[in-house]
Ligand binder design. Structure first.
Ligand SMILES: [Fe+2]
Length: 201
């Protein structure tokens, strides 16, 4: 059984950039649903193994990909936001950003444009690609499918409509502009330092 993460801030802590009402629905209803459905699927998989009955295995494994990825991506997204604590990419992460994107502004521009252009519901991610030994930005339009096997998510932006429509309506640009004010680079740096041990400039 997986447990819901506790938010490290109050529901109104990201105001005005991310409203209390949006975060309340996002965390307490939608994310909660992903966690419950992941646990239900894990239980059913356990039952299937106990009974040696894999009649529904296709559906169960698809559900695990969909709900489980929803849990993981939401947790990365919620944790990579903060306000009132100035944060910046660490020296090593910034060096890598400069190497791979030609500077922080270039990275920010690409991440913003990539987010705006996510088709329908999906995510935008800064990822580390160990096989290429470099940072990349990826759109993830169906989170049950990996967009690049083996990549490690570092910075995640939820581009499903539920994440911004209540507050920003159809203006993805306004939502993303607001997001840049609440990125928690300390959390991104932690992932970079702890999960990407083989980064090289
Ligand atoms: Fe979401």
């Amino acid at each position: 059984m997986i447990k819901k993460i506790e938010l490290p801030y109050k529901l109104d802590a990201l105001e005005p950039y991310y409203s209390k009402e949006t975060l309340d629905i996002h965390y307490n209803t939608l994310y909660d649903g992903y966690v419950k459905n992941t646990n239900l699927t894990l239980e059913k998989l356990e039952q299937a193994r106990t009974n040696n009955n894999f009649q529904d295995i296709k559906c169960l494994e698809k559900n695990l990909s969909f709900f489980g990825s929803g849990v993981i991506l939401h947790e990365l997204f919620f944790l990579n936001m903060i306000l009132y604590v100035p944060t910046n990419p660490s020296k090593s992460l910034m060096d890598q950003i400069e190497k791979d994107f030609g500077g922080f502004i270039n990275f920010k521009n690409q991440f913003t444009q990539s987010s705006i252009n996510v088709e329908a519901s999906g995510w935008n991610l800064l990822v580390w690609v160990p096989n290429f030994n470099k940072l990349e930005i990826l759109q993830c339009e169906k989170h049950q499918n990996l967009t690049l096997w083996g990549c490690i998510p570092l910075l995640v932006l939820d581009m499903w409509e539920h994440s911004y429509f209540l507050q920003y309506k159809a203006s993805r640009q306004d939502y993303i502009n607001a997001f840049w004010n609440i990125v928690n680079w300390n959390e991104v740096n932690k992932r970079w330092d702890e999960i990407c041990p083989i980064y090289k400039i």
